[in-house]
Design a binder for this molecule. Structure first.
Ligand SMILES: Cc1cc2nc3c(=O)[nH]c(=O)nc-3n(C[C@H](O)[C@H](O)[C@H](O)COP(=O)(O)OP(=O)(O)OC[C@H]3O[C@@H](n4cnc5c(N)ncnc54)[C@H](O)[C@@H]3O)c2cc1C
Length: 183
């Protein structure tokens, strides 16, 4: 772990690992990320919904599982407040929930795809997405505004699309050039 932190991550990680460890290194197990697309089912019982990890469980390293589950709860509250017909399947709820699941899935699986031991399959446009997220992640170390936006997405307070605006990308590229002494 010490070697990887020095070799594979930004220099700040190498500096941190040079200090004393407060405890043993603890590992975790997560065999795969998995989502179940209830919204695609043609037949589904009324008065039944599914939330949390039962719908989508993603790599816990990104800390999204509980935020995601809480947002499923918020989606259910919105659905129930809209006076739905409870004798029909809760399709409007699953549509609301899908926005949350897509956001968590996009953030965590694109980060997983960048891991050194993962070799695909890569989705279309992956190289561009990888370049964009690399710019944002590097800039989040030196630029406070980019860091705040990035944190808001990883903690699911904002949608990932808020990072893909020209203004944010330009700011990130400039911050990275400045950090390398080229801007
Ligand atoms: C190692 C690890 C670290 C994580 N770290 C974070 C983090 O830092 N931040 C974050 O947001 N998320 C984190 N997560 C993810 C988070 O724990 C989950 O996303 C979240 O707990 C999902 O909530 P849930 O209610 O859907 O499922 P769960 O919390 O798994 O609850 C399901 C419950 O149902 C019970 N159950 C199962 N089967 C039955 C049955 N047949 N009958 C009755 N009860 C049953 C289980 O015992 C359990 O209590 C982590 C996950 C792991 C594994």
């Amino acid at each position: 772990m010490r070697a990887r932190l020095r070799r594979d991550f930004p220099p700040e990680f190498g500096s941190v690992i040079g200090n004393d460890l407060l405890g043993d290194i603890t590992t975790y197990r997560h065999s795969d990320s998995r989502r179940r697309d209830f919204h695609l089912l043609e037949r589904f019982p009324a008065r039944l919904v599914s939330v949390g990890d039962a719908v989508a469980s993603v790599n816990p390293i990104y800390g999204q599982g509980m935020s995601s589950a809480a947002l499923h709860g918020a989606a259910l509250a919105s659905f129930l407040r809209s006076h739905p017909d409870l004798s029909s399947p809760a399709r409007e709820f699953f549509d609301l929930q899908r926005v949350v699941v897509d956001a968590a899935w996009q953030t965590s699986t694109s980060a997983d795809l960048a891991l050194p031991h993962v070799d695909g399959p890569y989705p279309r446009g992956y190289r561009l997405t990888r370049w964009l997220s690399g710019q944002i992640m590097s800039a989040s170390i030196t630029d406070r505004a980019v860091s705040q936006r990035f944190d808001a997405v990883t903690t699911m307070l904002s949608h990932p699309s808020t990072l893909a605006t020209p203004g944010v990308v330009l700011r990130a590229v400039r911050a990275n050039l400045r950090a390398r002494g080229q801007g």
